[in-house]
Design a protein around this ligand. Structure first.
Ligand code: ADP
Length: 449
């Protein structure tokens, strides 16, 4: 029987018939085996056993090597985790991880130092526990917005927020957020930096500047005293004239009572005006308060001009006032903003003081809305302007080009304007006049800051 016969036998139909050709070599080998002697078969079996044992030993070795490699990588992971944990807990910034619903997943030791809660008190609870109520609402909205739209207002930026300490008080914080994914689920990591010290420093700086502003006000007052004396003198002169008329009317045989009453009313008005000037002067010198009220910027501008109109006239300055109508109200400390505008007006007047006689002296003061719908006040003069070299210096404290200047006016003005969430800038070309721009937000927007 040759191999082909065997082949055809194997093809006979049978209930367990293998697919064509699938078992033929095995079948053939089995038949060959049957032909071998028992010793041969034992030898072959032993040979097979040796081969299998070798295979098993090799695969056992491979498994052992795999286990070793796994152990090593597990060890490396443990070391890495220990290193990260030590960084996590040694960080002076608080680190908190939350899920998409704001549930705390983990928090480091610094969180306890900053906000009083230990990690175990936070895990599983909502992050809003650590926030002032109004911020908690905003935070939930920001996170949801980010998940819904993918647009990020808070991811990647640092914002100042107020944390809520376990003891019930608020703590100013810098908060930065990052997001990450585990198995497609979004998580957020928040980094909290305690900024109490910085805030304290800022407060001290502000108080220091206020102190300086007070000193400057006093020195400005000295310079303006003559102008104000002139202002007060005008109503006093009018009062003298009116009372003289009243006396002569009363001395006449038939005093005209109606006329008399009219003149007395005018006298009363002038006395009130003199009183207002004195009051304003007193507030200006004494005021250290930072209380704010709603005000019309045009009215504040007019009050300032009243304080330096004499100076403007004396220096033959052509003055132009362009006030936009229907401007929204501002929310300001009037005395401080008056101080800013007076300083700009005084600088403009000083700048034109030494102009040659044939050069026009023009001072333009405008109010208008800028393209952000903030109120903009411009003070423009036709003086010598500011040289390239001076441009970078004039806003810095104690820089002055005046013989009797203090160099504090502009830096104080800037801190006052910025404390009102406004801006101050200037535009000038050497020899070509100078324009200062002050912007202030309208009252309705102040709450947003
Ligand atoms: P001070 O008036 O005491 O010098 P400021 O801080 O108000 O202090 O001004 C600083 C400097 O800025 C001034 O000395 C002057 O050189 C320059 N400066 C300010 N305003 C003008 C202006 N309108 N034109 C030219 N220079 C100006």
């Amino acid at each position: 029987m040759n191999s082909e016969n065997i082949h055809s036998d194997a093809d006979q139909p049978c209930s367990n018939a293998p697919e064509e050709g699938a078992e033929r070599p095995g079948h053939f080998a089995a038949m060959q085996e049957n032909l071998r002697s028992p010793e041969d078969r034992i030898r072959m079996l032993e040979q097979k056993l040796v081969e299998q044992a070798e295979q098993l030993t090799a695969s056992n070795l491979a498994v052992q090597q795999n286990i070793e490699a796994l152990k090593k990588s597990k060890q490396r992971l443990r070391e890495r985790e220990a290193r990260l944990n030590s960084i996590f807990n040694a960080a002076s910034e608080g680190i908190i991880m939350i899920d998409r619903k704001g549930i705390v997943v983990t928090a480091n030791a610094a969180v306890k130092a900053i906000l009083g809660y230990a990690e175990e008190e936070l895990i599983g609870g909502n992050i809003s526990l650590l926030m002032a109520p109004d911020h908690a609402v905003k935070h939930d909205r920001y996170i949801q917005n980010h998940i819904d739209t993918g647009i990020s207002k808070i991811i990647g930026s640092v914002r100042e927020v107020e944390g809520l300490h376990k003891g019930g008080w608020t703590v100013p914080l810098d908060l930065s957020l990052a997001k990450f994914f585990i198995d497609g689920e979004i998580f957020f990591t928040g980094l909290l930096r305690d900024i109490r010290q910085r805030k304290l420093q800022e407060k001290e700086n502000r108080e220091h500047l206020e102190e300086l502003a007070h000193v400057t006000r006093l020195s400005l007052m000295g310079e303006m005293a003559s102008g104000i004396a002139h202002e007060v003198n005008q109503p006093l002169t009018a009062i003298v004239a009116y009372t003289e008329v009243c006396v002569s009317l009363l001395m006449s045989p038939n005093p005209d009572h109606v006329k008399l009453a009219g003149i007395l009313a005018k006298t009363n008005q002038q006395a009130l005006r003199a009183g207002q000037i004195i009051h304003r002067m007193r507030d200006f010198v004494r005021s250290k308060t930072t209380s704010r009220t709603s005000a019309s910027i045009n009215q504040v501008v007019k009050d300032c001009i009243g304080l330096c109109s004499t100076e403007i006239k004396l220096q033959n300055i052509l003055f132009c006032l362009e006030l936009a109508e229907n401007l929204p109200l501002v929310y300001i400390n009037e005395v401080q903003i008056e101080q800013v505008l007076l300083n700009l007006l005084r600088n403009a007047i000083d700048a034109m003081h030494d102009l040659p006689v044939d050069r026009p002296r023009r001072l333009v003061l405008c109010t208008q809305l800028d393209d952000r719908q903030h109120i903009e006040i411009t003070v423009k003069d036709s003086g010598p302007g500011i040289s390239d070299a001076d441009r970078a210096k004039i806003m810095t404290p104690f820089y002055t080009t005046k013989k009797n200047g203090m160099g504090m006016g502009l830096s104080i003005s800037r801190s006052l304007v910025e404390a009102h969430h406004g801006t101050i800038r200037f535009n000038s070309q050497d020899g070509n006049g100078c324009t200062f721009y002050v912007t202030l937000p309208p009252k309705e927007l102040v709450n947003e800051f």
